[in-house]
Design a protein around this ligand. Structure first.
Ligand SMILES: C[S@@+](CC[C@H](N)C(=O)[O-])C[C@H]1O[C@@H](n2cnc3c(N)ncnc32)[C@H](O)[C@@H]1O
Length: 257
């Protein structure tokens, strides 16, 4: 693609993201006046958002974002979260996955007969406080300083479950966005050696593409079981899939650069 065309395309994508950012991951059900002048693509996005049953359900059930239903479904099928577990939620803003984790690990101690778990969320963005969760924000998961802060917060300096719904800011160039997300997941997998307890679980979001096999291979080496999940709440037209890896067996040899 010629450089002029590429920069025009990127400027277009940036504009669209800027316009839609306040709407994403929010409980939003009416069309504000200032969106009246939107383009066709924005209009389509907004209409789909307003009709989305998971957006409506998130409002009814007081989840901060529709993505709660992705985790609820994956958790229902694969039992990732149970009372007493320590959870690290990477890319936690606005906090819907943390809400689900707080409930499932009994982080507030709502059920006195079950062990009390712990939820630590990390994000580049600010996250509103939540009972039962601790947030490190703004913080970049890939920053070595953040790793130290994570370890300081985790009881026993270990997590039993690492969740990652992280997504880098999309450029709209599919292959580039895919590479950036895979690289984020691989960095997190490197960090797992310091964070995740033996037998632990890692669930990470990816966008399907040419590097997915590389990540899957690494997960298969370091965990006993790996699966690819596409929950109902994940939009069919999205290339988003989740890799679930269970029974962490710790890294046997150093990661190749
Ligand atoms: C799809 S949202 C997560 C939604 C969240 N699971 C929820 O249910 O509320 C993706 C998040 O990943 C965060 N993110 C992307 N790269 C990150 C990084 N390097 N460190 C921390 N957070 C990151 C973004 O800021 C964004 O808030």
């Amino acid at each position: 693609m010629p450089p002029g065309q590429l920069s025009r395309r990127l400027a277009g994508v940036r504009y669209l993201k800027l316009m839609c950012a306040p709407l994403r991951c929010q409980r939003f059900h009416t069309v504000p006046r200032h969106y009246k002048g939107r383009t066709g693509a924005e209009h389509l996005w907004l209409m789909r958002h307003l009709k989305d049953p998971f957006v409506k359900a998130a409002k009814v059930e007081s989840y901060r974002c529709r993505s709660a239903f992705k985790l609820l479904e994956m958790n229902k099928k694969h039992e990732l979260l149970r009372p007493g577990l320590r959870v690290l939620d990477c890319g936690a803003a606005p906090g819907a996955w943390s809400q689900v984790a707080v409930q499932r690990v009994n982080a507030v101690g709502t059920d006195p007969s079950s062990p009390v778990g712990f939820v630590l969320g990390v994000d580049l963005l600010h996250i509103l406080p939540m009972e039962g969760a601790t947030f490190l924000c703004p913080a970049d998961v890939t920053d070595p300083e953040t790793l130290q802060r994570i370890l300081e917060q985790l009881p026993g300096r270990r997590a039993d479950v690492i969740l990652s719904d992280m997504a880098p800011n999309a450029t709209g160039i599919r292959a580039l966005d895919h590479d950036r997300l895979i690289s984020l997941c691989l960095t997190l997998l490197d960090m797992a050696a310091d964070i995740l307890s033996p037998g632990g679980t890692m669930l990470c979001k990816t966008w399907a593409g040419s590097q997915s096999q590389q990540l899957l291979k690494r997960l298969a080496k370091e965990f006993q079981h790996t699966r690819i999940l596409k929950p109902e709440a994940s939009r069919k037209e999205s290339s988003e899939v989740y890799f679930l890896a269970t029974q962490y067996r710790m890294r046997k040899s150093p990661v190749k650069p």
